[in-house]
Design a protein around this ligand. Structure first.
Ligand code: ASP
Ligand code: MG
Length: 476
């Protein structure tokens, strides 16, 4: 059936220009004999604004909340009117947008009276972003000649009731996708649904957590055994490192699921690590593509990447981290000591990134600084504690370092001029991470990139782009 799931992020549907570009991309796929199922995010920044409206209402600022909603209404109405100009059903889509905003305003008014913003109400409020964007995109596609049909994602993506970060119920999603989406696809129609939003078995609105539209894409792809899941964003794909730091960065053409997950976790914000799971389980390739540069072939993420001559695929950096040193000469390594330390982080709901232990100390890194004084106060009941901010974690990822001798020597030789605070090589054996001062991060990345991507494997990296740049530079 050539079924592909095409997920478009907020910037790919942010305004009429972007939505038309998205329509052309989908139409191109249809013309090539593919059967797309389209998943869209809310228009760019809308989720944040809805959360702001919710926060205002929860503080009793009814006018402020309704003002945000009214600006959003105008933005969506204008986009709809612009996109469905020629369509005789223009009034219908504007009406639908108005109905959705009327319900949103009802919720905001209720909240401003009750002043009780529960996770459940928060999910209801943010859900309007994808509910409305998906309706507008479906209508715009029809205007462009695509046989699109709007599908309410909440009838397909069924989750538990953990509002704001609900977990999908796979077997129900599979049944619903086959009941609600497959018949449309078989009639050669293009279903368009919102990402991120879902419902529990009782039909109450839930969400999959921030950035969850990729997750929706992967869930739908998994449920329908799609041949590929395309994640359309505004970057060319996964890069060897951040091109703003290192202009020499190259596009990575192919990575394994495991590598992509490590990179996502370490701040290469191309996709959500959880996205990967439903696709990995079913062996479905995920493609990261750029809706502003549709000709670029992006990055292909597959379960087993081919052997690569370069040891690393990419260098990720996570900044704004803190390091915490816990020193307890008497207690360390006694039974239960580490679990007591972790229990404190758990109590403050603070995720630990990297841990390293020695005979007398444990060092941990975290990326939320807010709770640190309280965490330190709790830890100091067990041991001596010091913490320091402004750290960065550099993480080199690549499957081909498995079993290679001398990798650490090469990595640390490349950054020998930089003071390294903490080192870890994950059990996965596909990443090497170390922590340095944030101010040294850019320099470290450039040195590592120069050391490891001087002669990149053309099967894995887009060396053509670099050659063209060099050619252009030499003809100047
Ligand atoms: N709109 C949601 C967010 O901003 C989900 C997404 O775009 O993936 O978090
Ligand atoms: Mg996103």
């Amino acid at each position: 059936m050539n079924l592909v799931v095409m997920k478009f992020g907020g910037t790919s549907v942010e305004d009429p220009v972007a939505i038309r570009r998205t329509a052309d991309i989908v139409q191109g796929r249809v013309k090539n004999g593919k059967s797309p199922v389209v998943v869209v995010s809310a228009m760019a920044k809308v989720t944040d604004q809805l959360l702001r409206a919710a926060a205002a209402a929860a503080q009793g600022d009814r006018t402020g909340a309704l003002a945000i909603s009214s600006r959003l209404r105008a933005r969506h109405r204008d986009a709809a009117a612009e996109l469905v100009k020629k369509n005789p059903h223009c009034a219908e889509i504007i009406d639908l947008v108005d109905q959705e905003f009327d319900s949103l305003d009802d919720v905001l008014r209720g909240l401003a009276a009750l002043l009780d913003l529960t996770p459940r109400i928060s999910d209801l409020i943010v859900s309007f972003g994808e509910r409305i964007s998906s309706r507008i995109v479906a209508a715009a596609f029809r205007e462009r000649g695509i046989h699109s049909v709007h599908v309410d994602a909440r009838e397909v993506i069924i989750t538990d009731s953990e509002f704001q970060k609900a977990a999908p119920v796979d077997h129900l999603i599979e049944t619903r996708a086959q009941e609600k989406l497959l018949p449309l696809v078989k009639e050669r129609k293009v279903p368009v649904m919102g990402g991120f939003i879902a419902s529990n078995e009782d039909g109450t609105t839930t969400t999959l957590g921030r950035g969850g539209s990729d997750y929706t894409g992967a869930l739908v792809g998994g449920a329908l055994a799609a041949e590929a899941i395309e994640i359309w964003t505004d970057v060319d794909g996964i890069m060897t490192t951040d091109p703003r730091v290192c202009p020499d960065a190259l596009r990575v053409k192919i990575v394994s699921f495991e590598e992509a997950a490590e990179l996502a976790y370490f701040g290469a914000k191309v996709l959500h690590p959880a996205t990967i799971l439903p696709a990995v389980k079913k062996n479905i390739p995920v493609l990261v593509l750029n809706s502003k540069n549709a000709a670029c072939e992006g990055t292909r993420i597959i379960s087993l990447a081919p052997h690569c001559k370069s040891p690393f695929k990419s260098i990720a950096v996570k900044k704004k981290l803190s390091i915490i040193d816990v020193v307890a000469s008497r207690m360390l390594m006694t039974h239960g000591y580490l679990s007591q330390i972790f229990a404190i982080f758990d109590k403050h709901r603070c995720a630990v990134d990297m841990v390293s232990t020695s005979e007398v100390s444990v060092s941990l890194t975290v990326d939320s600084n807010a709770a640190l004084p309280e965490i330190a106060a709790d830890l100091s009941k067990l041991a001596d504690v010091k913490y320091e901010g402004k750290k960065a974690l550099i993480c080199l990822v690549g499957e081909d370092i498995r079993g290679q001798n001398g990798m650490a020597a090469q990595v640390f030789a490349a950054v020998r001029h930089i003071n390294v605070r903490m080192i870890s090589q994950g059990a996965s054996e596909i990443n090497m991470s170390f922590m340095i001062e944030e101010d040294d991060a850019d320099e470290a990345v450039r040195s590592l990139h120069a050391a490891f991507f001087q002669d990149p494997d053309p099967a894995v990296f887009d060396v053509e782009a670099r050659k063209q740049l060099e050619k252009a530079a030499s003809s100047l």
